[in-house]
Design a protein. Structure first.
Length: 197
């Protein structure tokens, strides 16, 4: 009886030949991907691809060959083992993303009023932010306004220091002092004056 050429590759793989490992992967990869695709629902395909599963299986198998000295008598035995590992890996992946898959719905099936509120600021919040900015400009000494404006643009403290020629500690102190002034002014607005009692 003629020996399957794959059997000799499997034997070389069991002996630690990594060139044989690459060739065995090339041979088995289409078959294993087909195993995954048969079990992969349309909803799960949005979460992972068959090649992702097969590659993770192969990485696991290679480490097993190196660490545990796995040996297989022939290609049929290795194929059966790879199919089982692939199925187990699919179950693991399904468990990881099961909740997300169960909760997701196509946008066409969601009522517009049931969608979450926008994370964009409301008109009221934009107006309040504008008022706060104006108060900060009023409370900020003219010499420090460039620091405040750079910070509002999202520039880091170290970059502000570089651009203005100030020390980073000075930039921190300027911003902290301004924050204190704003807080004190806000607090004084909330406390009723003695005249109105």
């Amino acid at each position: 009886m003629k020996r399957d050429p794959l059997d000799s590759l499997v034997e070389r793989l069991s002996d630690g030949d990594m060139a044989a490992a690459e060739r065995v992967f090339v041979v088995f990869e289409p078959y294993l991907r087909m195993v995954v695709r048969r079990k992969l629902s349309t909803r799960l395909r949005t979460k992972f691809d068959s090649i992702d599963i097969v590659q993770s299986v192969w990485a696991h198998v290679l480490s097993g060959f190196r660490a545990a000295s796995w040996r297989f008598a022939n290609a049929t035995q290795l194929r059966a083992f790879l199919v089982r590992v692939t199925q187990n890996r699919m179950i693991d992946q399904w468990r990881r993303c099961r909740t997300a898959v169960d909760r997701e719905q196509p946008l066409s099936q969601i009522e517009p009023m049931a969608t979450p509120a926008s994370r964009q600021p409301s008109a009221c919040e934009i107006a309040q932010a504008g008022e706060l900015w104006e108060r900060m400009l009023v409370l900020c000494p003219t010499a420090h306004r460039d620091v405040l404006q750079l910070r509002q643009q999202g520039v880091t403290v170290s970059e502000i220091a570089t651009r203005t020629g100030l020390h980073e500690g000075s930039v921190h102190r300027i911003l902290h002092a301004l924050a204190c002034r704003v807080s004190v002014e806000r607090a004084s607005r909330l406390v009723p004056s003695r005249q109105t009692r």
